[in-house]
Design a protein around this ligand. Structure first.
Ligand code: CDP
Ligand code: CDP
Length: 226
């Protein structure tokens, strides 16, 4: 029997997964793993090395040379590749544009899932991504499928950009989110789908704190009281 607890949070872009997952992990004193940051780190590194993003072989070669690490700090989670801190760089528009193509390569996914499973072995964890409940932790104690309308998700990204100091175009953001969701949901290797045993949480009209409370309630109902 497994005596650690794992919570898997999946869903489309900008549904609030990482913000909520981080807070839930903090409240439960579990570790938090943002798997999207790993695919972003690989995309950034592939671009920086001038490797061909359209070649699975080249992308995989880059991945095999990348040691991706996380560090939890009071200000949030830092992301490192081969010791270099790249937390902000992985969020650029260029990385966002290419990340879904890089993530669709089957061999890349096998390697990433392997690393993710090793990373969480023996730990209580909240992990978010696209294939956590279906592939990375199919035996997770609680699976959440987090959704929100595409209009609301684009609005959230717009506000997030504004807080970071730059104006973006809401229509462009919405199209980019739709394009990425489409690639993520239709790829052959572990596409974004709701696991059969996942609880769907629609966050369209919920605040971050409301969503965190809802998930902590689910943990109390379904995990701790078992
Ligand atoms: O922008 P957002 O926070 O929604 O995305 P992310 O979680 O940083 O993930 C970026 C991209 O990585 C996604 O659009 C997927 O293409 C890919 N990804 C994946 O394929 N599998 C995961 N477990 C996590 C992310
Ligand atoms: O990880 P994912 O792409 O699913 O979303 P996120 O990066 O956690 O959240 C996207 C943006 O939506 C962030 O700026 C959050 O602060 C915001 N958000 C919100 O306004 N209301 C929620 N219920 C959840 C997130």
């Amino acid at each position: 029997m497994c005596d650690t607890v794992s919570i898997a949070i999946d869903g489309p872009a900008a549904a609030g997964k990482s913000t909520v997952a981080r807070k839930v992990a903090h409240a439960l004193t579990y570790i938090y793993v943002d798997t999207g940051a790993m695919y972003r780190a690989l995309t950034l590194k592939t671009i920086k090395e001038g490797a061909d993003l359209s070649s699975e072989k080249e992308v995989l070669e880059v991945l095999m040379k990348c040691d991706i690490q996380f560090e939890q700090t009071d200000e949030g989670q830092l992301v490192f590749v081969n010791g270099e801190e790249i937390t902000k760089e992985i969020r650029t528009d260029e990385v966002t544009r290419h990340v879904s193509a890089v993530s669709s390569y089957p061999e890349v996914r096998i390697e990433m899932v392997n690393r993710q499973q090793k990373m969480i072995a023996g730990q209580n964890v909240v992990m978010d991504g696209r294939d956590i409940g279906t592939k990375v932790i199919p035996e997770a104690d609680l699976k959440i499928f987090m959704i929100a309308s595409v209009e609301e998700r684009a609005r959230r990204r717009y506000e997030e950009n504004k807080r970071s100091g730059y104006e973006s175009d809401l229509e462009v953001l919405m199209e980019e989110i739709k394009r990425r969701d489409d690639i993520d949901s239709t790829r052959t290797a572990s596409p974004l789908v709701k696991a059969k045993d996942a609880v769907e949480v629609d966050t369209t009209s919920l605040s971050i704190d409301n969503v965190v409370e809802r998930i902590l309630d689910l943990v109390n109902e379904r995990v701790k009281t078992r």
